[in-house]
Design a protein around this ligand. Sequence first.
Ligand code: FAD
Length: 221
Amino acid sequence: MHIVKIKSIEHLTPDVLKIIAERPPVFTFTPGQAAEISINKISWRDELRPFTFTCLPENDYLEFSIKTYPAHHGVTNQLLQLRIGEELILHDVFGAIQYRGEGVFIAGGAGVTPFISIFRYLKSKNEIGNNQLIFANRTKADIILEQEFKKLLGNSFINILSKEKADGDAYGYITEEFLKTSITDLRKKIYLCGPEPMMVAIELQLENLGVETDAIIKEKV
Ligand SMILES: Cc1cc2nc3c(=O)[nH]c(=O)nc-3n(C[C@H](O)[C@H](O)[C@H](O)COP(=O)(O)OP(=O)(O)OC[C@H]3O[C@@H](n4cnc5c(N)ncnc54)[C@H](O)[C@@H]3O)c2cc1C
């Protein structure tokens, strides 16, 4: 368990916070991993929630990109009240998603967080290669780090919006047809992370497209 001070807080999108915290002197994680985190305040210390590191393991700080849900009156709502110098408690590090070779990353909303760290890691190694990112959001304003992903991936960054029509982005929910036309090679690995209903729907679509279950690396957020 580590107690770390918050160094900065800003909004990445209207409801997603970027939180930078101190990095404990001896601390390690793999890109894609998360930690159980709580807020070091009375009544909140025992409220642990999982959040993914979006920085690189070698950075001298920790970064989180966190979608906030004020209506839940839970931890993410409390994060909205946090100020620089206040503290987080880092508990266990864990996570199912780690890079296992070139493939297609499919994310819904905050489900992109493990992929942020993985893509930053691949860039640092000059290994972006032919990886693709399919990112589903409600509106353009909800796209986390749109410019960074565009720069990293060019045409291999594909956006689909369910509640807004925007130039260059697909419209609607992800469908089997959409996956078939967007994915360049269905024999590669599929990395899937998003809300449970989206994951269930996409896994079924992938199965119909002949993707083997063990080619899918997944985690629900
Ligand atoms: C491995 C993993 C990694 C994750 N990484 C990230 C990340 O990097 N970034 C990120 O943004 N998210 C991430 N998540 C999701 C994140 O953990 C949740 O969004 C977070 O736990 C929500 O915490 P909360 O206390 O605000 O709300 P919750 O814990 O969802 O809710 C608090 C309480 O509010 C009530 N409640 C629940 N739903 C509703 C509702 N719809 N309306 C009203 N009340 C409700 C319930 O009583 C609940 O106990 C990750 C999840 C996992 C599993």
